[in-house]
Write a protein that binds this ligand. Structure first.
Ligand code: SAM
Length: 289
């Protein structure tokens, strides 16, 4: 197997194919072999797993996934990488490479078609410029058992944040609604070529089998969350009145009271069950009008 993380191997391979890194495509390739090995191991990839990899690059993580999984589908946007991947992962017959933009794929259909009878997982060293859209698509697809990804460390901290902390955001609530996050390990910038300006971290999102919250309307729930964080420094009632103009200030105060909270509560202190209570009161308030 070609040691793609060895810079003495990688640089001539890239040069031979006239490959230049594209910043716009988020191309920072791994040059520390322990990283793809740890991602594949800690993701729990084994011969019962079907793994979707996003952005194989020249294949360091792809190799580790193919060594462990029953089947791997790797989606890559940059077709210049095709002759290089032929050399680095061409030997694996449990690998299919899909040349496309991951955001254009029908993920539930792909999982159904490719991973029948397997535990579907997503694993990736993500292109950072589209971290949020990719995580949103992977979680909303609701067809993966887990999502194990390398992201910027600050994004990982935001995903795993607790209510009341500075990192807690609407995106935290979105991710934790679908999955339970666990920070796995940090990856310093010197593990990549070219080096990114930020520290990275690997996070695992274990997708919830059951969402045990009584939510009357998911759309209203997520709108409530977004409205609550849109005016972070202000009272929740201001955020709700602005996010749901039909409520006005008095309706916002009424739903907060009916949900059982103090009038001056701040949205950033609330967890998913509390947002669910408020969103449900908004639904009921609307029905009364
Ligand atoms: N997995 C490789 C590694 O760890 O060395 C490369 C990771 S690099 C951070 C991100 C990869 O995602 C690049 O190969 C890039 O071309 C690819 N990529 C960027 N945007 C993409 C998209 N929309 N869909 C699929 N792949 C994409």
């Amino acid at each position: 197997m070609v040691n793609v993380c060895d810079i003495q191997v990688m640089k001539p391979l890239l040069a031979e194919h006239g490959f230049h890194f594209s910043k716009a495509k988020g191309q920072n390739f791994l040059i520390a072999p322990w990283v793809p090995q740890s991602i594949a191991e800690q993701a729990g990839v084994d011969d019962t797993a079907g793994v979707l990899e996003i952005g194989p690059g020249i294949g360091p993580l792809t190799q580790q996934l193919c060594l462990r999984a029953k089947k791997v589908c790797a989606v890559e946007l940059d077709e210049r990488l095709e002759p290089i991947l032929d050399i680095t992962v061409g030997e694996f017959d449990n690998l299919e490479i899909i040349w496309n933009d991951v955001l254009r794929l029908d993920l539930p259909a792909l999982v159904k078609g490719e991973f029948e009878g397997l535990r579907p997982m997503a694993c990736a060293n993500l292109p950072y410029y589209i971290t949020s859209p990719i995580l949103t698509a992977l979680l909303e697809a609701d067809c993966f058992e887990s999502v194990t990804v390398m992201v910027q460390k600050e994004v990982a901290q935001r995903i795993a944040a607790a209510p009341g902390s500075a990192d807690y955001s609407a995106f935290t609530v979105f991710c934790q609604y679908y999955a339970q996050p666990q920070l796995l390990f940090d990856v310093p910038a010197h593990c990549f070529l070219p080096q990114p300006k930020v520290t990275s971290a690997v996070i695992q999102l274990k997708v919830r089998k059951h969402r045990d919250w009584d939510i009357l309307d998911e759309t209203v729930f997520f709108r409530t969350v977004r409205a609550s964080f849109a005016m972070r420094r202000k009272k929740l009632s201001n955020g709700l009145a602005s996010g749901f103009p039909e409520l006005g200030k008095s309706g916002a105060a009424e739903v907060i009271a009916r949900a059982g909270f103090e009038a001056n509560i701040r949205g950033e202190m609330l967890g998913i069950p509390e947002f669910a209570k408020i969103a449900n009161e908004i639904v009921k308030w609307r029905e009364k009008q």
